[in-house]
Design a protein around this ligand. Structure first.
Ligand SMILES: *Cc1c(COP(=O)(O)O)cnc(C)c1O
Length: 424
């Protein structure tokens, strides 16, 4: 049997990788010695595509030359700018272009979605989330419950892994929905769990929720640009995501939002409205009657920050150049599997990986726990000093994200080698 844990083998895999050239489309941060960092932190902040500066500079120049006229002239007029992002954003989540819009930030979108899709009654007032959801999601849910005059103690239903397990079983989520569904107003779960990297079965959860009359929404912060989804066909009610993790649109860049088209014409849905959600044909007539657009754009409030949308356009064009999310996912599965295999072969007695092994239940992330009395943070500091950028989550998890757009098989090999040295 050949030993896959060699630099030569990793180089061979890179040579066979049909999208290896995409790495050149990105700025890779450098170590002090001038070599590329081993950047495995794309689940936190994705790297900058080289074309981003060009797209941003184009809009800066338009503003210099045209002033206010830039809203209606140039190749990408600002007034409909968000429309230029719809088609490619929709492909990432498996939606129709009218079902997605880039607006606001992630947590803000979560709140705006709950304004529309969390309508508690005395009988049905609960929100089902994970016990250890990303804190922002937890706070948003808790505050919405209080805002409606309910008590989070009674109205927050928390699902967690079984004792001695790290990830949540789909069957356990489905059981809770079956048993308590008539009290659940909203199910809000991640597409990909940020800590463990577990992919949730969004289709099964949505189906189970709808069987019980619940609304079902997903936070796709770690799923968008990472895994393939079919939100429209799965009949998901709404979803939100950020664009700065796997979507490489820069720190704090504008977020994404999906609302299924079945809700677009529902006049009974409450909504916090703004002028950018008003019918675009009559928006500038400045009348006082709000006429919502017949699309997810109806949830827009303000005219958006164009420089941020330009960065998203750069990112989406980069994904398109690579061949789309399916192509990325194919490499992602292989690259993550290679890294996992090397870790298990070389360090199986020193670490464990809490991310599920099956490619159906995991994306471009491995969450590694170091065994025994070893101080996880000290290991993290040691590998960082050797050029690895990843992240550490208390108490002892090291998260690494081999991103198919810009990470190589050599990155995976080098990371395992450096971790091995740090642990020996
Ligand atoms: C990254 C992330 C956030 C961050 O929220 P912002 O509003 O973009 O600051 C929220 N929730 C989840 C699940 C995340 O992974």
């Amino acid at each position: 049997m050949i030993n896959k844990f060699t630099l030569e083998y990793a180089q061979q895999l890179d040579a066979q990788d049909p999208i290896a050239h995409m790495r050149d489309e990105f700025h890779i941060p450098k170590q002090a010695n001038g070599e590329d960092e081993i950047y495995l932190c794309g689940n936190s902040l994705g790297l900058q595509p080289k074309r981003t500066a060009e797209y941003l500079n184009y809009e800066l120049t338009q503003w210099q030359k045209l002033g206010v006229k830039g809203h209606f002239s140039g190749e990408f007029p600002w007034m409909p700018y968000h429309e230029f992002l719809a088609e490619e954003s929709a492909k990432l989540v498996g939606a129709k272009p009218i079902e997605v819009v880039c607006m606001n930030s992630l947590t803000a979108n979560l709140h705006f979605m709950m304004v529309s899709f969390y309508q508690p009654t005395t009988k049905r007032h609960k929100i089902l989330i994970e016990e250890h959801a990303f804190p922002s999601d937890h706070y948003a849910v808790e505050s919405q419950i209080k805002f409606h005059g309910y008590n989070p103690q009674d109205s927050m239903l928390l699902v967690k892994p079984r004792d001695d397990e790290d990830t949540i079983r789909t069957e356990d989520i489905l059981t809770i929905i079956e048993e308590q569904g008539d009290e659940i107003a909203l199910i809000l779960l991640p597409g990909v769990q940020y800590y463990t990297g577990e992919v949730f079965d969004m289709q099964a959860i949505t189906q189970a929720g709808h069987n019980q009359g619940c609304m079902v929404g997903f936070d796709l912060a770690h799923a968008a640009g990472n895994i393939v989804m079919q939100l429209h066909d799965w009949n998901v009610d709404f979803a939100v995501w950020c664009s700065y993790k796997y979507l490489n649109s820069g720190p704090g860049s504008v977020a994404g939002c999906f609302v299924h088209e079945k809700h677009h014409n529902n006049k009974d849905l409450p909504r916090f409205a703004g002028w950018w959600g008003h019918n675009k044909e009559t928006r500038f007539e400045m009348e006082n009657t709000f006429i919502p657009m017949q699309s997810t754009e109806a949830w827009q409030l303000s005219n958006p920050p164009i420089l941020s949308l330009a960065a998203i356009r750069a990112s989406l064009d980069t994904v398109k150049q690579a061949g789309g999310i399916e192509v990325l996912r194919t490499k992602s599965i292989q690259l993550t599997a290679y890294m996992r295999e090397c870790l298990e072969q070389e360090l199986g007695d020193k670490i464990s990986i809490i991310t599920p092994k099956s490619s159906k239940a995991s994306g471009a992330q491995l969450s590694i726990i170091v065994y025994g009395d070893v101080d996880g943070k000290a290991v993290f500091d040691a590998i960082e000093a050797k050029g690895v950028t990843c992240d550490f989550r208390h108490p002892n998890v090291i998260r690494v994200a081999p991103v198919p757009l810009y990470n190589s098989y050599q990155d995976a090999y080098k990371f395992v080698n450096i971790l091995k040295e740090a642990l020996s």
